[in-house]
Design a protein around this ligand. Structure first.
Ligand code: FBP
Length: 280
């Protein structure tokens, strides 16, 4: 596992430079789900793939930017699904973006995730590694240095409500309004990595990207985005659900499957379960 984390550190230093000096414009290409790829997406993807190809313990990889799984080492132990540069369109307006890695054993499924890593490219570059606990590192003079363990409180005060509001179910809209009426503060940049990082570091709250009339299965991808953060939130003492159950129990039928998702500290997730269980 250590060689994989070292590989992610190496890739992240290169991606940091790419974001600062690279071309943030659109490419001519589309990814497997029809999204126009930014040149940053393609370049970040190449950086990660070329480094992972040198790691013997990696059995196979799959990128959000590519259609298929790429087998690497038959005797490798780990399978890695990654989003090379999540929220990449925000780099153009100088907002924080990030890379997300889910590390699996045996197969690509929520129940088989064993570790996750995300990297925030913002005013500072920070990497959060989740195995049995959640640890944050910061890039200082070219090296990632340990900063702190991350633990969520039982209850927070930040609310990050994603997706298209005029496509929300009425009970979801009422729930979000109630949460704001309880004094929660709006914190939503449109970048999943900085938004979830803020709630983790500030002790708690709720990030939601529900199923909606325009996207009944949500937008965020299970293997590349949802499951990696679900592991971090659970290991930090919070929870992650699809509205009804642990999101890590959601079955993956296709590698690019999406899922409604809610990440938060315990109290906020209890509220979502209470509201959604009445609206099955
Ligand atoms: P990409 O995978 O295409 O980058 O989309 C993911 C994302 O940008 C997340 O980072 C963010 O939470 C969400 O989409 C924002 O979606 P919306 O604009 O619908 O609120």
């Amino acid at each position: 596992m250590q060689e994989i984390i070292k590989a992610i550190e190496e890739a992240s230093v290169k991606i940091k430079d790419l974001i600062q000096e690279g071309d943030v414009s659109k490419s001519e290409q589309e990814n497997s789900t029809g999204d126009t790829q930014l040149k940053l997406d393609i370049a970040s993807d190449e950086i990660i793939e070329n480094i992972f190809k040198t790691i013997p313990s990696i059995k196979a990889i799959v990128s959000e930017e590519q259609e298929n799984i790429i087998p690497l080492n038959e005797n490798g132990k780990y399978l890695i699904a990654y989003d090379p540069l999540d929220g990449s369109s925000l780099a153009d307006v100088n907002l924080s973006v990030g890379s997300i890695y889910g590390i699996y054993e045996n197969d690509f499924s929520g129940k088989n995730i064993v570790a996750s890593v995300y990297v925030v490219f913002g005013p500072r570059v920070e990497m959060v590694v989740t195995q049995d606990s959640v640890k944050m590192y910061r890039l200082l003079k070219g090296e990632f240095k340990f900063i702190q363990d991350i633990q969520l409180n039982e209850k927070g005060n930040l609310n990050a409500p994603g997706s298209t509001q005029n496509c929300w179910a009425p009970y979801h809209k009422k729930m979000i309004d109630d949460i704001f009426n309880d004094g929660y503060r709006l914190r939503y940049s449109g970048g999943m990595v900085p938004d979830l990082h803020q709630i983790l570091l500030k002790g708690g709250g709720l990030f939601s990207y529900p199923g909606t009339s325009d996207r009944p299965k949500g937008k965020l991808r299970q293997l590349f985005e949802v499951f990696p953060f679900a592991l971090s939130y659970e290991k930090a003492g919070g929870a992650a659900i699809d509205g009804y159950k642990r999101v890590l129990e959601v079955e993956t039928l296709h590698i690019h499957d999406t899922s409604p998702c809610f990440f938060g500290s315990k109290k906020e997730i209890e509220k979502v379960l209470e509201v959604y269980s009445k609206n099955v």
